[in-house]
Design a protein around this ligand. Sequence first.
Ligand SMILES: [Zn+2]
Length: 188
Amino acid sequence: MADVPSWTWLEGWPALDFVNTVIRRGWQEVELIRTPADLDSWLDAAALPASRPEQVTESDVRDFLALRDPALRLLRAASGHGKWDASDAGVLNEALAAAPEVLAIGDGPGLAEARPVGSPEPFTLLLARLAGEVRDVLVSAPSELALCDAPGCGQLFFRRRPNQAWCGTPCGNRARVDRHHRKGPADA
Ligand SMILES: [Zn+2]
């Protein structure tokens, strides 16, 4: 059945919720945003840096994936998995430039407010802000950024303690069981 995903693993960080839309089933990577219905369910579940558009189309799915793929590669590279490709950064920079914003004075002292220049489409603004969230993680390059290299996961996460290898205990358990099975009984 082609049910929409449940998104239970999303953790409320827009940059990570954005790229954790590819998941491993076993060691196989699976794309979770295949249809407008998938994207719609993700928009309801994820931490978003802008309000979601009411409806999304096939073309929005394509635009989403065209930004998500390079964002995923860059964040993986920053976590020590795979190569940094300047053309990926170029794609994110283009998304930022597609909906430029000014930091305006807000409703009182100490308050600022990002305001788009002109009137970008809601989905264009959302993608630009997601690119901005990814940029902020890449620029600060937190040592907490890590990839959970377990079967059935492969998610990017922020470590809550130094040397944390897995995003959660179930992943650590699955990885240990998998390692045991791969070794086989002969050299266990
Ligand atoms: Zn995990």
